[in-house]
Design a protein around this ligand. Structure first.
Ligand code: FES
Length: 341
């Protein structure tokens, strides 16, 4: 069975290619025009090393000068010695330009719907099926959209997982005066052509072997919905998943029915909304998300934390984690600055 593999690079670019059954990963990459740096091709020099972020794989000979036991435990691998047993993603700590001139592809789609899902948020639905090519991306990544009728581009995380018909969703915060917000409010029509670069970004779901703590601030929820859809479609990830979702006012919460439905599809799913500026009638959690983390539970059961939200929120979580000295907890984050124009 052919497997789909993603190579993600330090510049945030991702290249996808197919690997034939039992094929060496390096051979498949080279066949697809992805010229990973190499030297010995015998598992000795370590030049072709990367790290497996998700999926199953085996390795042939790995010299201990190339990768240590600790490296192997951290899922570092040598492309020239690796075979994949499932779809998989790998990270390489150098820019994609070192091995390929190919950047993220320019894609085309058409607006298929706009849904206002809270007073401050809309979901832009884009049908990108016209050219018949499946659009690959990793749940959590983003696209850079050219806003119709303007020279401006804005970046938005995919709010659903990749699918066979290329039906895409993006969660959009509606600003009082923003180029995308104004387009959606004033001119957007079903059928509008919209072009975008994708896939982009290094924020995506890795191999899951610890409980997951997902933290969304505002429309940072978008990237986490993509990850949760993917986990739900697989019937769970073998670990509990806790989503914290912070917004300023309770009315800003969106997609709550979709979020609550994950409890039916993801074993061990929990959801905690947190309102920073709650009105007296709000009966749930208030304040900042870090005030509601269970420090004792995180010490007892280290987890992987994925955070997507505005920079102050991401920074506050980094500071909180440093104060807790949670050594075996891994943090992945995506900061987005909401453009005011
Ligand atoms: S090219 Fe030398 S270890 Fe792979």
């Amino acid at each position: 069975m052919t497997h789909k593999v993603a190579f993600n690079f330090a510049d945030g670019k991702t290249l996808f290619f197919a690997v034939q059954p039992n094929e060496i990963l390096l051979d498949a990459a080279l066949r697809s025009g992805i010229n990973i740096p190499l030297d010995c091709r015998e598992g000795v020099c370590g030049t072709c090393q990367g790290r497996c972020e998700s999926g199953d794989y085996t390795q042939e000979y790995v010299d201990d000068e190339a990768l240590s036991a600790l490296d192997l435990a951290q899922r570092k691998m040598l492309s020239c010695q690796t075979r994949v047993q499932s779809d998989a993603s790998f990270y390489f700590d150098f820019a994609s330009s070192l091995c390929s001139a190919v950047g993220p592809a320019l894609q085309r789609g058409r607006v298929s719907a706009v849904e206002q899902v809270s007073p401050s948020t809309a979901i832009l639905h884009v049908d990108a099926s016209a050219d018949g090519q499946r659009l690959d991306y990793l749940p959590g990544q983003y696209a850079r959209l050219q806003i119709p009728g303007s020279e401006s581009k804005r970046s938005y995380s995919f709010a659903n997982q990749p699918n066979a018909t290329n039906q895409l969703q993006f969660l959009i915060r509606l600003l009082p005066d923003g180029v995308m917000s104004n387009y959606i409010r004033e001119r957007c029509q079903v059928g509008d052509e919209i072009s975008f670069e994708a896939p982009l970004g290094a924020f995506y779901l890795r191999h899951v072997n610890k409980p997951l703590l997902l933290v969304a601030g505002g429309t940072g929820l978008s990237a986490l919905l993509g990850m949760l859809d993917d986990i739900a479609d697989r019937g769970g990830c073998g670990q509990p998943v806790h989503l914290y979702y912070g917004v300023r006012n309770a009315e800003d919460l969106c997609e709550t029915a979709r979020i609550e439905a994950y409890a039916e599809r993801i074993p061990g799913f929990r959801y905690t909304p947190v309102i920073s500026d709650a009105s007296p009638g709000w009966e749930g959690k208030r304040g900042y998300i870090t005030e509601h983390f269970d420090s004792a539970e995180l010490h007892d059961s280290p987890c992987d934390i994925y955070v997507c939200g505005p920079p102050p929120m991401v920074e506050s979580i980094k500071v909180w984690l440093q104060d807790q000295t949670l050594d075996s907890t891994r943090l992945y984050f995506e900061k987005f600055a909401e453009s005011n124009t």
